[in-house]
Design a protein around this ligand. Sequence first.
Ligand code: CU
Length: 110
Amino acid sequence: MSSIFTRSMAVGLWLAAFAPAFAAAGDHVIVQKDKQFSQTTIKIKKGDSISFKNEEKDITHNVFSLGPKNEFELKVQAPGTSSTVSFKDAGTTSIECAIHPAMKLNVTVE
Ligand SMILES: [Cu+2]
């Protein structure tokens, strides 16, 4: 009995230590570099989140979805920053950058 208690304590401590870090990082990561998304398509599950990381040296991005599903706009995103978005609506959402029209990403939410 004491070993079950010890084990569940250990799991609890592990979750407390690591769960917030996972949540902050998002379930998936899309990097913006050289005015490109790191992928042009991504398939995720309903409720998953994507972290959009601007890894440019000196280029600002403004990532947004065309909607109407999973509507969002990250606004001006400075180099070296990251923003996380949750996708709640099933279907395909087109994502672009308002500053660089060639940047396109399709997110399929299952
Ligand atoms: Cu851009």
